[in-house]
Design a binder for this molecule. Structure first.
Ligand SMILES: Nc1ncnc2c1ncn2[C@@H]1O[C@H](COP(=O)(O)OP(=O)(O)OP(=O)(O)O)[C@@H](O)[C@H]1O
Ligand SMILES: N[C@@H](CCO)C(=O)O
Length: 327
């Protein structure tokens, strides 16, 4: 479910009068996603996505996200391009919510990841990092290492009900990660996506029949942080079998090689990748755990399993060297 705010067709028609997109031909709510309300629109000018920003997005940060997408799209990255109304503004208001219209991207996200997805993914991620250069404004990562201790504190009371002993295990893992985390300035930084999961990457078959990336979406966790951390997020999200137990080195190797062909990793980045993977696993474990314990019974949101990321965290804590994670 991701239509929290209901939009009436007369309100939408009136809203679109401020844009050069012609008349509205059709629209429908999109069930996927959990953060915002999304509608697919068809107008006389083509297909668009309308997003109404809901709970977790701070309206003050929306100009940064939309500005980054505009910058990346202008440099050829297949990401949504915010469409400006006639007053030059992409960020507007509809049904009492901040709202934006973006270009529609074709393609399908992979329900079952195969190694053939991982090389184009790595290439797209490197392109994203390179295209982000020159976008001057920065946004700190609120879900980076400084954000993890307070997040864990918010899960302290309920965490052991999810799995006995969980809070103590996470205290230990967090302390070890913070101890091993790269010092400020030690690794290259830039604008990262920070949530590049399979449901945020669309593919279409290329002329050779192999999957090609046709779209990267959902930039609302994007921030300015260690570039290699984005790879750590992808290794977590793309390179395990669905149970979160078995790491697929073939996928990881395809991802890292394709990334490195466009943006070679430094020796320091390669050395840091295992701890970045532990940090990324902890980040998704903590946000899922927080949502798991905070989401009221009966809420129309699908909760994601935090323990999948405990298994991933344990895997990366056991991994003995770069070869174990596909380097
Ligand atoms: N630019 C786009 N082009 C085509 N489809 C899109 C586009 N943006 C969003 N969608 C569709 O809307 C769905 C939800 O989008 P998105 O993942 O951004 O939702 P969200 O609720 O903002 O985020 P989250 O995935 O974090 O819950 C996607 O799975 C996709 O089907
Ligand atoms: N990708 C996140 C959800 C937030 O977008 C997760 O799977 O926990």
């Amino acid at each position: 479910m991701a239509v929290y705010t209901d939009v009436q067709d007369d309100a939408l028609r009136a809203f679109l009068l401020d844009y050069d997109v012609g008349g509205l031909l059709a629209f429908r709510g999109i069930a996927e996603g959990v953060e915002n309300s999304n509608y697919a629109l068809r107008t006389e000018a083509g297909d668009f996505i309308l997003t109404l920003y809901e709970r977790r997005v701070d309206p003050g940060e929306l100009p940064w996200f939309l500005g980054l997408m505009e910058h990346l799209a202008a440099r050829g990255l297949p990401c949504p391009l915010p469409v400006k109304a006639r007053d030059g503004q992409a960020l507007r208001e509809l049904a009492g919510r901040p709202a934006a219209v973006c270009t529609f991207l074709s393609g399908v996200w992979p329900r079952r990841v195969r190694p053939e997805h991982c090389a184009p993914l790595g290439e797209a991620l490197a392109r994203l990092h390179l295209a982000g250069e020159g976008f001057a404004a920065t946004r700190p990562n609120a879900l980076g290492p400084a954000g993890w201790p307070p997040l864990l504190d918010r899960c302290r009371a309920e965490g052991d009900a999810v799995q006995p002993g969980l809070v103590a295990e996470l205290d230990g893992a967090l302390a070890a990660i913070l101890r091993d985390w790269p010092a400020p300035g030690a690794l290259p930084e830039g604008h990262i996506h920070a949530d590049l999961f399979p449901d945020n990457v669309f593919f279409l078959p290329g002329p050779d029949g192999k999957p090609r990336v046709s779209g990267l979406i959902d930039f609302y966790f994007a921030c300015t942080d260690l570039l290699a951390y984005d790879l750590a997020v992808c290794l977590n999200a793309w390179c395990f079998e669905p149970d979160g137990r078995t790491f697929n080195v073939t996928r990881a190797h395809a991802l890292l090689s394709a990334y490195g062909a466009l943006r070679p990793l430094s020796g320091t980045e390669r050395a840091a990748l295992p701890v970045l993977c532990r940090g990324a696993a902890l980040r998704f474990l903590l946000t899922r755990l927080h949502d798991w314990t905070e989401t009221p019974a009966g809420a129309l949101v699908t909760r994601k399993d935090p323990l999948e990321y405990l298994r991933k965290l344990r895997f990366f804590a056991r991994a003995e060297g770069g070869a174990d994670i596909g380097l």
